[in-house]
Design a protein around this ligand. Structure first.
Ligand SMILES: [Zn+2]
Length: 430
C-alpha cells in the first residue's frame, strides 16, 4: 500500500499530508481494510466511506471544481493529529525506495569522578546504501518500523549487517521494545519527525529524512565493547596520573629532605684569609662603636661560611674604610643592596647549594615550575635591616637611600676618629 504515495505525489498538490493552513483536513483516508486512499481517488462526499487514519473520525471528501480536493472531518471537530499516520507511512516508504540513509556518529560515553564525561566514537557519520530495506518485517514479539540490510563480503565471506530504523512521529520506542533490541544485539536508530511540518512536500520530506532529520542511536550493538574499551583507557590514564603524582610527591620529599639536611649541616670552615678578614672587620666596627651591627637577626644556616665571615662581607658595603663602599654611595642608581650582596656571596660559593639559586622549584599537579625566591638575599636583607634602627630618616622611604645616608654618617664619624688619632692614610690605619 505504500507504493501508492509515490504515485499520488506526482499528480497531487505540493503538500502530501495536509493542505497548508487547512485545519482539520487531510489528504488521505483509511478504508475498511486499513489501506490509505488519496482524496483524488475517493468518491465525493460521505460516499468515500473512509475514516481519518489518525482519529478514526468519519471523513467527507470535498471535491469541487475550483478548490483543490481535501477531506474534512464530518464531526467538524479539530483533529490535532491529522497527517501523522500518513507522515509515518510516507517516511517508511521513502527510505525503502531510496535505499540509502545518512547515519549519525555513534559514541560510547563514560563518566568518572574527577574527569567528568568522556566519549569515544564507535562510528563516524556515514552514508549507507542498503542492499535492501524491509518495511515492518514480522519479528518475534515486536514490530520494527524498518530494517536496512547491507550485505558485504569480508575476507571472502558474506556478512549481513542489519540496522533497525524507528520513525518517531508521536510514539517513541518504549523501554520494552528497546530491551528486545538490546537482548538481540540489534542496532536501532531513531529518526525524529515529531517537529516536522505536516504540510511539507514529498521532496522536502525525502531530503529531510535521509540527511538532515534529527537521528539518534537508541542502541548500538558495539556500545558495550566500546564502553569497556573507554573504561580501560580511562583507568590506564588514571593509573598513569597516579604514578606521576606519586613520582612528584617523591621528588618533593627528596627536595625538602635535601634542604633540611643542608640547613642542619655545619658550614665549611673558614680559611685563614677569611678568618683574618672577619677579625679585622669586627675590630673596626667595635672601634667606631658599631660592634652590635654584626649581631643582627638573620638565619646563618643558609650560608656555607661561618657567620662572622658572611656578615663581615655584607657590612663591608657600608664600611667607611672600604673604598668600593664610597663608590656605591656616590652611585645615583637605586641598587638593591641585599640582592647585590647575595649575588656576590653566591659567586664566592658562600651560600649552600640548595639555596644558591635565585629561583625555587614550586611543585604543582602537573610537575614543577620555577618561582623567584632569593633565600640568601632575604637573609641579607633581614641582617641589614636592624642596622638602620635608631637612625631616623623621616622623609626618606627608600631602603637604599637610608643605607647610603647611614653609610655617609659612618664615614664622617670614622674620618673624625682618624683625625683625633692623627692618622691620614685610612686604608692602613685601623
Ligand atoms: Zn482525524
Amino acid at each position: 500500500m505504500y507504493r501508492y504515495f509515490m504515485e499520488v505525489d506526482d499528480k497531487s498538490s505540493r503538500a502530501v499530508f495536509v493542505p497548508p493552513g487547512a485545519g482539520p483536513r487531510v489528504l488521505f483516508g483509511e478504508n475498511d481494510v486499513g489501506d490509505l486512499v488519496h482524496v483524488l481517488d475517493a468518491e465525493r462526499g460521505l460516499a468515500c466511506n473512509l475514516i481519518c487514519p489518525d482519529c478514526k473520525g468519519v471523513l467527507v471528501a470535498n471535491k469541487g471544481a475550483i478548490k483543490a480536493a481535501y477531506f474534512s472531518h464530518q464531526s467538524r471537530i479539530d483533529c490535532e493529529h491529522a497527517g501523522e499516520t500518513a507522515l509515518h507511512l510516507m517516511a517508511k516508504e521513502i527510505i525503502e525506495q531510496q535505499g540509502w540513509f545518512d547515519l549519525p556518529e555513534a559514541r560510547a560515553w563514560s563518566y568518572r569522578r574527577g574527569s567528568g564525561y568522556s566519549y569515544m566514537p564507535i562510528r563516524n557519520t556515514q552514508r549507507v546504501h542498503f542492499t535492501r530495506v524491509e518495511v515492518e518485517p514480522r519479528q518475534e514479539g515486536f514490530q520494527p518500523d524498518l530494517i536496512g540490510i547491507k550485505e558485504i563480503v569480508k575476507n571472502g565471506r558474506k556478512v549481513i549487517g542489519r540496522l533497525h530504523i524507528e520513525i518517531y512521529v508521536t510514539h517513541k520506542v518504549d523501554e520494552e521494545k528497546l530491551s528486545r533490541f538490546r537482548s538481540k544485539e540489534e542496532s536501532v536508530l531513531e529518526v525524529d519527525l515529531s517537529d516536522v511540518e505536516r504540510s511539507l512536500s514529498k521532496l522536502e520530506l525525502t531530503d529531510l529524512l535521509l540527511s538532515n532529520a534529527k537521528k539518534k542511536w537508541l542502541y548500538h550493538r558495539d556500545i558495550e565493547k566500546y564502553e569497556a574499551q573507554l573504561r580501560a583507557r580511562l583507568e590506564a590514564e588514571e593509573a598513569r596520573d597516579r604514578e606521576k603524582r606519586r613520582d612528584l610527591e617523591r621528588r618533593i620529599s627528596e627536595d625538602l629532605k635535601k634542604r633540611e639536611e643542608s640547613l642542619n649541616s655545619a658550614p665549611a670552615e673558614a680559611t685563614a684569609e677569611q678568618r683574618q678578614f672577619a677579625d679585622r672587620e669586627e675590630k673596626r666596627w667595635h672601634l667606631i662603636g658599631c660592634g652590635h651591627f654584626l649581631d643582627s637577626e638573620a638565619d646563618d644556616r643558609y650560608f656555607d661560611v661561618p657567620p662572622g665571615v658572611w656578615r663581615a662581607f655584607a657590612l663591608a658595603a657600608l664600611a667607611p674604610w672600604q673604598s668600593n663602599a664610597k663608590q656605591w654611595i656616590e652611585d645615583e642608581r637605586e641598587v638593591d643592596l641585599p640582592a647585590t650582596i647575595s649575588s656576590a656571596l653566591k659567586e664566592f660559593g658562600w651560600v649552600k647549594s640548595p639555596f644558591s639559586s635565585k629561583y625555587r622549584k614550586k611543585y604543582c599537579d602537573h610537575g614543577h615550575e620555577l618561582v623567584y625566591w632569593d633565600r640568601a638575599a632575604d637573609e641579607v636583607r633581614k641582617f641589614l635591616s636592624p642596622v638602620l634602627n635608631g637612625y631616623d630618616y623621616p622623609s626618606v622611604w627608600s631602603e637604599t637611600k637610608k643605607l647610603k645616608m647611614l653609610s655617609s654618617a659612618l664615614r664622617t664619624k670614622y674620618d673624625l676618629l682618624m683625625k683625633e688619632h692623627g692618622i691620614t692614610n685610612s686604608s692602613s690605619a685601623l
